[in-house]
Design a protein around this ligand. Structure first.
Ligand SMILES: [Zn+2]
Length: 450
C-alpha cells in the first residue's frame, strides 16, 4: 500500500500531499514565531528600531554614554509594613525585622512626649523604611487611623524626631434614637451607639438617672452623634453632640459646648468641676508647658507636653477629675505613669511616679489619691510631670479652659442657645415624620417643646 496521508478520512494524491506539506510547515513556523514573541517580548522591543528620521523624542534625548557620565540611580528604600494584631509588642516586631533594640530605644526616646507607641492596638500599622543596602532604619510610621499618624524620622545627629500628622477631615452629624425595650444598653446598641458612647452617656447623667433602675419600657432617647471621615473613610473617631432622654413626662438633656463640656438645656454643667492642680499644697513649677523646649538631658529641642512640678518623692498625687484609669505603664523614659480618661474629651497623665495606687479600668473620683510622685524614667530629679489633653491634644494644664465653671458664661449664652436649637431641631424633625406614620400614638404624647 502506497504511503498515503489521510485527511478527514480521504486519500490524497501526490500533488495535493505536497501542497498540504507546505501549508503545514508554514503554519508550524507561524505558530513558533507567535509563541516566541509572547514569551520574549523584550527581545522584539529591543529589535524594534524606528526608521531613520522617525526616532522617538525619548530616544533622541538619551545622551551618548561614552561622553556623558549618567548619575547613579539610588537604590530604592526597603519598605516593610506590619499590621498590629492582638498580643504584638514593639520589641517583637523590631526583632522580627532584625532592627536593633538600641534603635527601638531611640524611637521610644522621641516618643516620650507623645507616648503613642505605648498603646499599639490591633488595626494600627507600622511602616518601616530601611536603607536597601545597609538596612539602617530611616523612618518609621505609626498609622493610627486615616486622620492620625506619627512619623519618627532619623535626624542629622542619628537620633529620631517625630512628626504628628492629624487630618481634621469632615465631621458628619447623624441622629440615633430609640425606645427602651429591655434596657438602655440594649436599646442604645440597637440604635447604633457604641459601648463607649453608651458608657459616656450613662456617666454624664449619673447624678440624675440610675439607668439600670430608672429607665422603663416606653421611655426613649435621642442622640445626635458626629463621626469623623477622611476622604470618605470613617476614622473610628466619634463624639456625642447632644442627648435628650425622656422618662415619662421628665426629660434630661446634655449638649456639648466648645469648651469640651456638656451642659443641660439651661446651660448648667453636667460634669463636676476639675481641679487645676494634681496635688494638695503649692509646688514650684520646674518646667513649663512648651511646644519647643530644650530637653535637660538629651539637649534636643522637643515639645514639652506637660508641666513639671518639683516635689520630693512620695508626695501624694490626686486625680484632677472624675474618670477611669486607661493606662498604668512603666515606660523606659516616662517612668511609671498613669493616664485617666475624664468623660469623652479630657485626659490627664501623671509621669515619673514612684508608686501607683490604682489599676487599669478603675473608676476614680476628683481629688482621689492615685499615686506617689517619684523620679522614675529619664528624669533629672524628683518631680511630677502632669499633662492635660483636650480632644486628644495636649494643652497647657495651668491655663487651659477646664470645666471649673458650673454654667455657660452669660456672654456665651446666645451662642450656646443657638447650638442647642440646631441640635434639638435635628432631633425633632425625624420624630415628627415618624409620628405621622405611627398608629399607637406613642410619639404624639411627647412634649412638643422642652
Ligand atoms: Zn516634664
Amino acid at each position: 500500500m502506497n504511503a498515503i496521508w489521510t485527511y478527514q478520512g480521504k486519500c490524497l494524491n501526490k500533488r495535493r500531499r505536497h501542497r498540504m506539506l507546505l501549508l503545514c510547515i508554514f503554519m508550524i513556523t507561524a505558530l513558533l514565531w507567535l509563541t516566541w514573541k509572547t514569551l520574549y517580548p523584550s527581545v522584539f522591543a529591543v529589535a524594534n528600531t524606528d526608521p531613520p528620521g522617525l526616532a522617538s523624542a525619548e530616544a533622541r534625548t538619551i545622551p551618548d554614554p561614552d561622553h556623558i557620565s549618567t548619575p547613579a540611580i539610588p537604590e530604592p528604600n526597603l519598605i516593610l509594613t506590619w499590621t498590629i494584631t492582638e498580643g504584638d509588642t514593639l520589641c517583637a516586631i523590631f526583632e522580627h525585622y532584625e532592627i536593633s533594640h538600641s534603635v527601638m530605644y531611640q524611637i521610644l526616646s522621641a516618643d516620650e512626649s507623645l507616648l503613642a507607641l505605648d498603646v499599639i492596638r490591633p488595626g494600627h500599622l507600622l511602616t518601616f523604611t530601611l536603607d536597601q543596602e545597609t538596612r539602617e532604619l530611616l523612618s518609621m510610621e505609626l498609622f493610627i487611623h486615616p486622620g492620625k499618624r506619627v512619623i519618627y524620622k532619623r535626624a542629622d545627629d542619628g537620633s529620631f524626631d517625630y512628626d504628628e500628622i492629624t487630618i481634621p477631615g469632615e465631621w458628619k452629624e447623624e441622629l440615633l434614637n430609640g425606645d427602651i425595650s429591655s434596657s438602655f444598653y440594649v436599646s442604645a446598641r440597637n440604635a447604633g451607639l457604641t459601648d463607649q458612647e453608651t458608657g459616656n452617656i450613662t456617666d454624664l447623667f449619673r447624678d440624675q438617672i440610675q439607668f439600670a433602675r430608672d429607665m422603663r419600657s416606653g421611655d426613649r432617647f435621642e442622640v445626635v452623634r458626629s463621626r469623623q471621615f477622611v476622604d470618605g473613610e470613617f476614622t473610628g473617631q466619634s463624639r456625642v453632640e447632644g442627648i435628650r432622654i425622656f422618662r415619662g413626662k421628665r426629660m434630661s438633656s446634655a449638649f456639648l459646648w466648645d469648651d469640651g463640656n456638656y451642659y443641660d438645656l439651661n446651660g448648667n454643667s453636667l460634669s463636676r468641676a476639675f481641679r487645676r492642680y494634681p496635688m494638695a499644697g503649692h509646688y514650684r513649677v520646674a518646667s513649663h508647658f512648651s511646644p519647643a523646649r530644650l530637653h535637660p538631658i538629651t539637649r534636643r529641642i522637643a515639645p514639652h507636653n506637660g508641666v513639671d512640678f518639683a516635689m520630693s518623692s512620695g508626695t501624694p498625687i490626686l486625680s484632677t477629675g472624675d474618670g477611669v484609669v486607661t493606662r498604668v505603664s512603666n515606660h523606659p523614659f516616662a517612668g511609671k505613669y498613669i493616664e485617666i480618661q475624664h468623660g469623652s474629651h479630657f485626659t490627664t497623665r501623671y509621669l515619673h511616679l514612684t508608686r501607683i495606687l490604682v489599676r487599669r479600668g478603675q473608676t476614680v473620683q476628683r481629688g482621689e489619691r492615685i499615686a506617689l510622685s517619684g523620679n522614675t524614667g529619664r528624669s533629672t530629679g524628683p518631680h511630677l510631670h502632669f499633662e492635660l489633653h483636650v480632644n486628644g491634644r495636649p494643652v497647657n494644664p495651668l491655663t487651659a479652659k477646664i470645666p471649673m465653671a458650673s454654667a455657660v458664661p452669660n456672654e456665651k449664652r446666645v451662642y450656646f442657645n443657638q447650638r442647642v436649637g440646631e441640635l434639638v431641631a435635628m432631633m425633632e424633625e425625624p420624630s415628627r415624620k415618624i409620628a405621622l406614620h405611627r398608629v399607637d400614638g406613642h410619639f404624639s404624647k411627647l412634649p412638643s417643646c422642652f
